[in-house]
Design a protein around this ligand. Structure first.
Ligand code: ACO
Length: 430
């Protein structure tokens, strides 16, 4: 097998040799750095469908075979056996923790859950019907104004405290955003509780009543959070890396990830799926909506369907679909109705040539909203749930990037299609 590719540029008849780059798993790449100097051309790849932006040890996806590995461990094994904090440790540090390491990590996360009281006042300034994702983007972006002791990006200790702080505080921030949106008092974290139990309490407890955490609900959130914790160079993670590559403080970089996640083509899909299922209403309407999704003149898409990398199935969707049964059996019947409708929609779409030819399968968020709904989590909190989980991946990628001595500012080029040079015309003569 050759280790070199050659390419002929417009300015030379001599082919330019390009090195082949291989990782431990996955498709090899062509190293095009320096191509412009050598051959006088750039590469053109809008939306980065064929471009590797970095080397990474964190997560591997085999899209053709529906495989997802965190630091080498298959996602289904982790979802079945691990906890979200264990997976967080793994993603950030590279190895599963020993018991001592796990205890120390849990202690650190537990003791960083509170927010500065001045920061808490920010929530009051948001409009009463603000979307929680809008509040989260703003609040996370402002954290650097409070936590100066972690903004020296060149100090590994600062970087580690930043990551612990973010993983600890993001549930508190999301829950406070929710409480503001429903006009209830913000609940402080309770350090006696585990990660997801604490989140549920901060969202659903009120000071006037005692609150018992439902263990099925907290276990379901653990599973969903592990499944969403990282996904290599997805849009929001790439955004965090890009912002971070400028040397921006990590809180600012992370807030760009939250903003990118919000879009319906990415993390906003879970909320959009539930809205779509409610709009479809019942199985008699399924074919009509499948036809709408295929119609190129109709902007409607089957939300929760399709993925840039998975062209077979999304292994996270399989775990969630299975988990739906357990959760729905424990909870409400409305969830069952939506789940049945989702199964019907999946069946019709997967038998349709349009979806088969384009290799469009249900992704992680086709079913996640159904579980969230069954747990009583409102639709506008679905994407914040995703943001809580993905905070781990964003931190791990930012830390990996900052540890890499080869990191440079990320700065793509373009094909310019505007006017060629022309002279300024005085306003009276235009
Ligand atoms: N419904 C109908 N058609 C679709 C869908 C869909 N959900 N997804 C893709 N297609 C079609 C496209 O129109 C395109 O058709 P064409 O070849 O005739 O032009 C073809 O399938 C290829 O799709 P692309 O849009 O080129 O795929 P891309 O990789 O750019 O987009 C994406 C992937 C954004 C996930 C897309 O499939 C989509 O919008 N899905 C719905 C939103 C969604 O579920 N997002 C969540 C993604 S997972 C996550 O972030 C957690």
């Amino acid at each position: 097998m050759t280790n070199q590719y050659s390419l002929s540029g417009p300015d030379s008849n001599e082919p330019t040799e390009l090195a082949r780059v291989e990782g431990t798993l996955g498709t090899p790449a062509v190293d095009v750095r320096g191509l412009n100097q050598k051959a006088g051309v750039f590469t053109y790849d809008p939306a980065f469908t064929a471009t590797c932006s970095c080397e990474s040890d964190i997560t591997f996806i085999d899209g053709a075979n529906g495989q997802l590995l965190y630091r080498g461990y298959p996602i289904d094994q982790l979802a079945e056996k691990a906890s979200h904090l264990e997976v967080s440790y793994l993603l950030i540090n590279g190895e599963l923790p020993s018991q001592d390491q796990m205890d120390t990590f849990r202690e650190s996360i537990t003791h960083h859950t509170m927010l500065n009281t001045s920061l808490m006042k920010f929530f009051d300034s948001f409009h009463y019907d603000a979307h929680p994702m809008a509040m989260m983007t703003g609040i996370v972006g402002s954290l650097a104004a409070f936590y100066h002791d972690t903004t020296n990006i060149h100090d590994p200790e600062h970087r580690e405290i930043f990551a612990h702080r973010m993983i600890a505080k993001i549930p508190t921030i999301a829950a406070a955003a929710y409480k503001h949106s429903v006009g209830q008092p913000i609940m402080s974290p309770n350090n006696e509780l585990g990660y997801t139990a604490n989140l549920l309490r901060m969202m659903f407890a009120v000071p006037a009543e005692t609150y018992e955490v439902d263990s099925i609900a907290s276990k379901a959130l653990e599973v969903l959070f592990m499944l969403h914790a990282d996904h290599e160079q997805n849009a929001s993670t790439s955004t965090v890396r890009m912002a971070g590559s400028t040397g921006a403080n990590p809180y600012a970089a992370l807030s760009t990830g939250i903003a990118a996640l919000w879009g319906p083509a990415h993390g906003g899909a879970n909320e959009a799926v539930l809205n779509m299922l409610n709009e479809i209403g019942d199985s008699s309407q399924v074919s009509k909506y499948v036809e709408k999704a295929k119609d190129k003149n109709d902007p409607f898409k089957l939300m929760g369907f399709g993925h840039r990398v998975y062209k077979n199935f999304d292994p996270r969707a399989l775990v969630i679909r299975e988990y739906c049964h357990q959760v729905l059996d424990h909870y409400n019947t409305h969830g069952h109705r939506l789940f049945d409708l989702a199964r019907e929609l999946e069946k019709v779409a997967l038998e349709d040539d349009y979806f088969v030819e384009r290799k469009l399968y249900p992704n992680v968020d086709f079913y996640s909203g159904i579980i969230y709904e069954a747990l009583g989590i409102p639709a506008n909190m679905f994407t914040p749930m995703f943001a809580i989980a993905r905070t781990v991946g964003w931190c791990a990628h930012w830390m990996e990037m900052m540890n890499d001595p080869g990191t440079r500012i990320a700065r793509p080029r373009q094909i310019y299609t505007g006017y060629t040079k022309r002279d300024y015309v005085d306003i009276g003569h235009r």
